[in-house]
Design a protein around this ligand. Structure first.
Ligand SMILES: [Zn+2]
Length: 626
C-alpha cells in the first residue's frame, strides 16, 4: 500500500505456497452476483449462494484486508443482510466477540443458503483506503471483499467463487480476472479461488482507456485509466512511454515476473480516496482527475504506480510469513513491513527515476525532503523504527496532528534511507561489482510464472543479503530497527556521494508539494507545520515554536499584526533574518487569543541534496536506466 506520493497529504494492501487452480480446490463453491448498476447512488447489491448443512453456519465478512495491513474490512457498510433457504427467511446473529462474524441457523433438510446484502459506498467524500470513497457519477472501483461473506473452516485458497458483476449501461471495465463475456454489461467471470477474487478489483467507468505497455507475448502489461472526464485521459505520448519504460526497468531489476498479464488500474478523480493498493496481477491506484495531464500533479504522484508495481514482487510474491495468513480473519503480524513496504518504497522511487517518470533532480528533491523530515522527528527518542511497523495496524489510522512526536508508519520513508544505505554497503563491499539489484534478482526473481506466494523471515532476508555481499547484515538491520537516533539515518545518502543541506529557496518539488497539499512547512525553521488557513497540524517537540507554547490544533490568525497567509509568514521569516525583532504570531486556541513571540533570525530553510565531491557519485549510478 502507499500513501499518494505527496509529503503532506495523508498519502495514501495470502499465502501459501501454490495457488491451486479452482478445479483442484477442496472447499465449497459459492456463487456471487454483484449488481453495481446503482454505483452513482453509492449502493452496491450482492446475492450469494453458499453450500450449507443443517445447524449453525458461521460466515465471515473479510476483516484483515491484504495490503492494508489492518483489520479495516468495512463491516459498518454491510447492510440489507438477509438469509433464506427454500424461500424461507433464516435467523442470524452477529458474534458477540467479533463483529465480522455472523452465525446463521440452517434448518434440517437444507443444503444451501441464499444471502442478500448491500455494500454502502461513502456518501460524502471520505479519505482512507479501499473502503473510502470509491464511486462517482462516472466510475467505480469495486473491491470484492466488500460484497461477500465466506464460510469458516477453509483457507481462502480452497474456496471457489463463481462471480458476476452488473455495471451501469455504457460503462467500460478493466480487471485481471478472466471474463467469459467481454462485451456485455453483465459480466461473468471464470471461477477462481477467494484469494484470487479478493486480489482482483474491477475498475469500471464511462471514461476508461486501456494502453498496452508491452508488445509481444506474456508476461505482458497494460495501464487502464478511468476518469471523471474524457479530457483527463489524454496526456502527452511521452507519459505512456515512461510507463512502458517502468515495465521494462522493473523487468531488468527483478529478472522475472510473477504474473501472466499485469493491469495498472489507475483512477483519476477528485471524488475518490487517493492511495495505492497492491495486488498480484494489478494495482488499485487513485489520484486527482488531472493526475496525468497536469505536469505538477504528474511529478507529485510519479512514484505511486512504481511503488504498487514493485509490490507484485515484494509483498505479493515474496511476503513476510506473518502477513501470509490463510484467510482474512487471522490477525496479521506486521513486524517485517520495513521490508514489505520499506524496500518497496526504495525500489519504487528509484524505478521512478530509472523510467524517466522523475528526472534525477526530481528524485533528489524528493529524497531531500524525506531525509529532512526524518531528521526533525523527536518521536524517535521513544518509538524505534521496529515499533512503527509493529504498531502499523493502528498507526495507519493515526491523526496527522502530533505526527513528529507520535511517529507514524515511518518504515516507508526511513527504510528508503536504510535500503539506500544497504545498497551503498553492497557496492562498497563488492568494489562496485554488485548492488541491491543483485539482491532483488535472487530474492524476487526467477523462476517467474503464475502468481504464487513465497513467505520469508528476517533470517531469509539476512541470508540472501549475505549471498550478495558478506557483511554483518543481522547486526546492521537490528541496529537500524532499534536505535533512537538522534537524527535520521543519512549514511546511505552520504556514502552515495551526496549531503543533506538547507538553503533559503525551496526546491521546485518542495514548493509544488506544499501548495498542492494546502500546507505551510516551517518544520526546519522554528518547527511548525500548518494548514494554509493557519491551523497548526504539528509543533515539533523541542523546537522554538513548541517551546514558546504553540501546539497542534491552535490557529495562527496573524503574523506581525497582519492576517495570516503562507506568503505573509514566509515574508516575516525572511525579514527577521539579521534583525533583533521577534516574529509575533497571534494565535487562537479554543476561543482564546494569545500572542507568541518567536526570536527566530536564521531565515528560511529548505532541504536539498548537494554533491560531496570527495566521494564517488553512487546515487547517479543507482538512478541510471538499466
Ligand atoms: Zn505499499
Amino acid at each position: 500500500m502507499s500513501l499518494v506520493q505527496n509529503r503532506f497529504l495523508f498519502r495514501f494492501v495470502i499465502l501459501l505456497a501454490f495457488i491451486l487452480p479452482a478445479s483442484a480446490s477442496s472447499g465449497p463453491t459459492i456463487s456471487l452476483a454483484v449488481d453495481a448498476s446503482e454505483a452513482p447512488r453509492k449502493i452496491i447489491h450482492a446475492k450469494l449462494r453458499i453450500p450449507a448443512t443443517p445447524g449453525t453456519l458461521t460466515l465471515y465478512y473479510p476483516k484483515w484486508i491484504p495490503g492494508e495491513h489492518a483489520p479495516d474490512g468495512p463491516v459498518i457498510e454491510l447492510t440489507g443482510l438477509k438469509f433464506s433457504a427454500s424461500g424461507k427467511p433464516l435467523k442470524w446473529r452477529r458474534d458477540l466477540l467479533d463483529g465480522w462474524t455472523i452465525h446463521v441457523e440452517i434448518p434440517a433438510g437444507e443444503n444451501e443458503v441464499l444471502a442478500d446484502l448491500d455494500y454502502l459506498e461513502p456518501a460524502t467524500m471520505m479519505s482512507g483506503f479501499s473502503s473510502a470513497s470509491s464511486a462517482t457519477e462516472k466510475l467505480l472501483v469495486l473491491s470484492w471483499n466488500q460484497v461477500l461473506l465466506y464460510p469458516k473452516g477453509w483457507k481462502s485458497d480452497d474456496i471457489t467463487f463463481s462471480a458476476s458483476l452488473k455495471i451501469p449501461e455504457g460503462w467500460k471495465y478493466a480487471t485481471s480476472l478472466p471474463v467469459s463475456n467481454p462485451n456485455a454489461n453483465d459480466l461473468h467471470f471464470s471461477p477462481v479461488s477467494l484469494t484470487i477474487l479478493v486480489d482482483s478489483p474491477v475498475l469500471t467507468g464511462q471514461y476508461l482507456k486501456a494502453v498496452p505497455l508491452t508488445s509481444g507475448p506474456e508476461p505482458s502489461a497494460e495501464i487502464d485509466v478511468a476518469s471523471d472526464s474524457a479530457a483527463a485521459l489524454e496526456p502527452p505520448q511521452e507519459v505512456w512511454d515512461r510507463f512502458k519504460n517502468l515495465v521494462a526497468q522493473a523487468g531488468a531489476l527483478f529478472g522475472a515476473q510473477h504474473y501472466g498479464h499485469y493491469h495498472f488500474l489507475y483512477t483519476l478523480s477528485d471524488h475518490v480516496a487517493h492511495f495505492g493498493l497492491e495486488h498480484h496481477e494489478s494495482d488499485d491506484s487513485r489520484v486527482g482527475e488531472r493526475g496525468l495531464i497536469d505536469e505538477t500533479e504528474r511529478k507529485l504522484d510519479a512514484s505511486l504506480l512504481p511503488h504498487e508495481y514493485v509490490h507484485s514482487w515484494n509483498g505479493k510474491y515474496r511476503r513476510p510469513a506473518g502477513l501470509a495468513t490463510p484467510d482474512y480473519q487471522q490477525p496479521m503480524q506486521t513486524d517485517l513491513l520495513w521490508v514489505y513496504e520499506g524496500l518497496t518504497e526504495y525500489l519504487g522511487s528509484i524505478l521512478t527515476a530509472r523510467s524517466g517518470l522523475w528526472t534525477p533532480d526530481q528524485f533528489r528533491e524528493y529524497l531531500a525532503e524525506v531525509a529532512a523530515d526524518l531528521d526533525h522527528l523527536p518521536g524517535r527518542t521513544w518509538r524505534n523504527l521496529q515499533d512503527t511497523a509493529d504498531a502499523a495496524p493502528q498507526l495507519y489510522f493515526a491523526p496527522k496532528t502530533w505526527y513528529s512526536w507520535r511517529r507514524s508508519t515511518d518504515f516507508y520513508d526511513e527504510d528508503t534511507l536504510n535500503w539506500m544505505w544497504a545498497d551503498a554497503i553492497i557496492r562498497q563491499q563488492t568494489k562496485g561489482k554488485k548492488s541491491l539489484d543483485d539482491f532483488c534478482k535472487l530474492f524476487h526473481g526467477a523462476p517467474g510464472g503464475a502468481p504464487v506466494v513465497k513467505p520469508y523471515t528476517f533470517e531469509d532476508v539476512v541470508k540472501t543479503l549475505n549471498q550478495v555481499a558478506a557483511y554483518d547484515w543481522a547486526g546492521f538491520w537490528t541496529e537500524r530497527l532499534t536505535n533512537h537516533g538522534p537524527g535520521a539515518p543519512l549514511a546511505g545518502i552520504e556514502q552515495a556521494g551526496w549531503k543533506l543541506a538547507y538553503d533559503e529557496s525551496p526546491t521546485d518539488y518542495f514548493r509544488s508539494d506544499e501548495r498542492d497539499a494546502g500546507q505551510v512547512n516551517e518544520t526546519y525553521t522554528f518547527g511548525l507545520r500548518l494548514h494554509d488557513d493557519g491551523t497548526v497540524t504539528d509543533a515539533i517537540e523541542g523546537m522554538m515554536a513548541a517551546r514558546a507554547g504553540i501546539g497542534p490544533g491552535m490557529k495562527v490568525v496573524a503574523v506581525n499584526g497582519r492576517r495570516f497567509s503562507a506568503d505573509i509568514l514566509h515574508d516575516a521569516i525572511k525579514a527577521a533574518k539579521g534583525s533583533n525583532t521577534p516574529i509575533e504570531l497571534l494565535v487562537e486556541n479554543t476561543d482564546f487569543y494569545r500572542v507568541f513571540k518567536l526570536d527566530y533570525h536564521e531565515g528560511e530553510k529548505y532541504p536539498r541534496l548537494v554533491r560531496d565531491e570527495s566521494k564517488p557519485d553512487l546515487l547517479s549510478d543507482i538512478l541510471k536506466a538499466r
